[in-house]
Design a protein. Structure first.
Length: 351
């Protein structure tokens, strides 16, 4: 094969990756338009530009700005954050089954958030769910909980015999441990706190506010920027630790930093919206199959695809059984569990 042919193939592959990102962005805009327009009160799509530009008022404008738009922004941000966290965890651990949910990081963050809500008084119980009176304290507590899980996973990953299966089994054990801790908190909670904690654990973005969205997007945007800038290091890690060291990558520091930032993103999402499972597992695998494993494209493409997936799931959750509104975490679990079982049965590694 000539050098010209190889170069042409590379350019074609590069162009396909770029078009995938562009197509994902267009899909995100389309799904967002559907989410804005659909619901108990239908909003004509033709009216959306004027409403979003502040040139219209009335009932439709209030529905869009006060109810649907904050929820859409939250769903996109949460999906984006969980997807990039899953990409990085799979890369730094070289484990195709790694994700915030399967490694027990989401459950550990949930325990920290529940502790802040029940014990530290960071949440206000209400019939419609938990309203966080102090989302910053809750996020810090969730991050500390996720750090405990991350520390164990990182320690196990450093062992020479720590296979991908070992890491997943460790994650299962950690998830069970922290779930038991959250259940203990529920046992000592009041009836109203118990009801609201159970609802919160389902994973739902309906209780979001613009303040929550600002906190979420600040963390997610900075984390995504960091992951994108370190994409070359993650590519080298995929070739093995020895190869990475020979090319000047600080393997342990890169791995630990990636896991810590992924844990922070997961903690903020869990603290604000509860456990939303399998997004960090499903999205990276779908995108990797379509455009390959180059982290320079995989990270931004997975970010956009994660936003599309979670927004579509949330739109389906609130419209399929209308007027009944399902928590989005239920929908993502229905989608994610079959794929997780498929990946285990197939046993295919991407490295």
């Amino acid at each position: 094969m000539s050098n010209t042919t190889v170069l042409d193939d590379y350019r074609t592959h590069l162009e396909r990756r770029r078009w995938f990102v562009v197509g994902s962005l267009l899909a995100l805009v389309a799904v967002a338009a559907v989410a804005l327009a659909t619901g108990p009160i239908a909003v004509p799509v033709a009216d959306l530009p004027a409403i979003l530009l502040g040139r219209a008022d009335g009932l439709h404008a209030r529905v869009v700005w006060e109810i649907r738009l904050p929820r859409i922004v939250a769903a996109i941000g949460a999906g984006l954050g969980l997807a990039v966290a899953g990409v990085v965890l799979q890369s730094v651990l070289r484990n195709p089954l790694a994700s915030p949910y399967t490694l027990g990081i989401s459950q550990a963050a949930a325990f920290g958030a529940a502790f802040a809500i029940v014990v530290l008084g960071a949440g206000t119980a209400a019939n419609s769910g938990i309203s966080l009176s102090n989302p910053y304290l809750t996020s810090v507590a969730a991050f500390l909980g996720s750090l405990a899980s991350t520390g164990v996973i990182f320690g196990v990953a450093k062992l020479r015999r720590a296979t991908p299966e070992t890491l997943i089994l460790t994650g299962v054990a950690l998830a069970a441990f922290f779930t038991a801790g959250t259940t203990t908190l529920e046992y000592f909670a009041t009836n109203v706190e118990l009801a609201t904690l159970v609802f919160w654990k389902f994973g739902d973005v309906s209780q979001t506010t613009w303040r929550f969205d600002a906190l979420l997007w600040t963390v997610v945007a900075l984390a995504t920027l960091y992951f994108t800038r370190r994409a070359w290091d993650y590519n080298v890690l995929d070739a093995g630790d020895e190869t990475a060291r020979s090319l000047g990558v600080a393997v342990e520091r890169t791995r630990l930093a990636g896991m810590l930032v992924a844990s922070l993103v997961t903690a903020v999402v869990v603290a604000l919206f509860g456990i939303i499972g399998f997004v960090g597992l499903v999205v990276p695998h779908i995108v990797r199959r379509l455009i390959g494993g180059d982290e320079r494209f995989l990270v931004p493409a997975s970010a956009v695809a994660g936003g599309v997936l979670l927004l579509a799931a949330d739109t389906a959750a609130r419209t399929l059984l209308s007027p009944i509104v399902l928590p989005v975490g239920v929908v993502t679990s229905f989608v994610g569990v079959p794929l997780f079982v498929y990946l285990i049965l197939r046993g295919r590694s991407y490295w």
